[in-house]
Design a protein around this ligand. Structure first.
Ligand SMILES: N#Cc1c(-c2ccc3cc[nH]c3c2)n[nH]c1N
Length: 235
């Protein structure tokens, strides 16, 4: 799977690309991530990538020309145009079903804004899909792009080792329960002991305990997910 990230701050992705899971996926040629600096396409006489908004108001707007030309050029680099996604607070909320859908794409182009956002002609000409990672305001689309890459690569076959699977993750398709609590050595830490059932070797009992813990935790913290669980079972 190929990700092209179009941004004004490609350096943000340098250390992110080195994080272990992604680095292994890149090393294993399961994933490729290409940051692109949109400033390279700011070729007007002032080499400006942004400008003041028509109609006045605070902040700056990213000019359409460098963005449209960057997208067109980057698309030429690959064997297929890819699914173009603009990160924006106004977009469709990212959830696990959408992550699963995106993980089936061979190529994603992630368009990261800054300042007050993009000139509207970027959307008019490129018709990007708009996605938001949540109802809070970030300073740009880069963190959202990393969230999408991070969530998607977990679902690409071979990225997670054999010992780890995304199947039982909270929110994976059909699974709307929060994870159960985890414990590891030492058995007792500062007077707090790991539950005996986890050391019993009785896998049926362990599975039952974990399921109960997930249900209790979800009921306490995210009862809304239980409603969605019920709805999806009715479908
Ligand atoms: N996705 C997303 C976002 C953003 C976002 C995205 C792009 C820009 C460009 C300037 N400010 C931005 C905020 N805020 N909150 C989200 N969930």
């Amino acid at each position: 799977m190929r990700f092209d990230v179009l941004t004004l701050f490609p350096e943000i992705f340098s250390s992110y690309l080195g994080q272990s899971l992604l680095a292994k996926a890149i090393e294993g040629e399961l994933v490729k991530v290409y940051p692109h600096d949109m400033r390279k396409w700011a070729n007007d006489k002032h080499n400006r990538v942004d400008d003041r908004p028509f109609g006045g108001g605070a902040g700056m707007v990213i000019r359409a020309e460098p963005v449209v030309e960057c997208v067109e050029a980057v698309r030429q680099e690959g064997s297929q145009p890819g699914r173009l996604i603009m990160l924006t607070p106004q977009g469709r909320r990212l959830d696990q079903p959408l992550v699963e859908e995106l993980s089936l794409e061979p190529r994603l182009l992630l368009l990261c804004g800054r300042y007050e956002g993009f000139d509207q002609r970027v959307s008019d000409l490129l018709q990007p899909e708009e996605i938001s990672i949540g109802d809070y305001v970030l300073n740009g689309g880069e963190v959202a792009a990393m969230a999408i890459i991070d969530a998607v690569i977990r679902l690409i076959p071979g990225v997670l080792g054999d010992e780890t699977s995304s199947v039982d993750d909270s929110f994976s398709s059909g699974n709307r329960l929060l994870e159960f609590p985890h414990y590891t050595r030492p058995r007792v830490y500062r007077g707090l002991a790991a539950p005996d059932v986890l050391l019993s070797g009785d896998h049926a009992q362990i599975a039952a305990w974990r399921k109960q813990q997930s249900i209790e935790r979800t009921t306490r913290r995210r009862a809304d997910l239980l409603d969605r669980n019920a709805e999806s079972k009715d479908e």
